[in-house]
Design a protein around this ligand. Structure first.
Ligand SMILES: *Cc1c(COP(=O)(O)O)cnc(C)c1O
Length: 227
């Protein structure tokens, strides 16, 4: 057994023990950015069913070389690139504007499919380029009611790097509460199925706080080399 399969088992085991409700599933999205198809295929052989990439270009480069798996778009998505991945990914985690929702609608209609999306929320209100502020959520949720091929199925968040476990927990709880609030309100075309939060450094805390989709990269594949 190689290192990657050992790490996949370890992460899956930790997710299991962090779960509040053993009967509820938590999806592991293995984040494969910068890593070659051979490594990704090793992870798939070890039981990974879902992989996440943050760049359109990388999805296109690797798509044919990776074994059958569910692809997730987890990084910032420019509207002019939606057309390249619309028929390749099962979920877009990083939707943060009406303009992007509209383009996904256009491309999904063109391809005769429905596209599931998550709204990326910047819960800390921290200066960050991506993700909407919590007070902007309502507008996007309501807008989904006008769309036929876009389904909002949950929320995604990325916490800032420098943070204590205590404040991580506060932020995760905060977004979990939003997730529950929204699921109790009725918006057309909106279901709160997936709460995508937690990365290598904090996925266990995230699962303890109610995440049911974690995006784990370096804990499985090791350090990324961007050069
Ligand atoms: C890279 C990335 C991750 C995974 O980060 P790790 O710390 O390596 O687990 C998760 N989510 C997004 C959006 C990413 O870009």
């Amino acid at each position: 057994m190689g290192e990657i399969s050992d790490r996949v088992s370890e992460v899956l085991k930790r997710i299991e023990s962090a779960k509040k409700d053993p009967s509820k599933a938590v999806t592991l999205v293995a984040v494969t950015k910068t890593h070659p198809p051979e490594m990704i295929n090793e992870a798939i052989d070890a039981g990974v069913t879902d992989i996440g990439e943050n760049k359109v270009q990388e999805i296109l480069e690797k798509y044919e070389k990776v074994k059958p798996v569910r692809w997730h778009m987890i990084g910032h998505l420019q509207t002019n690139k939606v057309k390249y991945i619309i028929d390749k990914v099962c979920l877009i985690h990083s939707v943060d504007s009406i303009k992007l929702m509209d383009e996904i609608e256009r491309q999904a209609e063109k391809h005769g499919i429905d596209m599931k999306i998550l709204i990326q929320v910047n819960i800390t209100g921290e200066e960050s380029k991506f993700g909407i502020k919590p007070e902007e959520l309502e507008e996007l949720l309501v807008h989904a009611g006008d769309l036929k091929h876009v389904k909002i199925e949950g929320l995604m968040t990325i916490l800032p790097k420098i943070d204590s476990d205590f404040s991580r927990r506060l932020h995760f709880n905060d977004i979990f509460n939003k997730f529950v609030d929204i699921s109790q309100n009725k918006y057309d075309n909106v279901t709160m199925k997936y709460l995508s939060m937690g990365m290598s450094g904090d996925y266990e805390i995230a699962v303890e706080c109610g995440s049911n989709m974690v995006r784990v990269g370096s804990a499985i594949f090791g350090m990324r080399n961007y050069t």
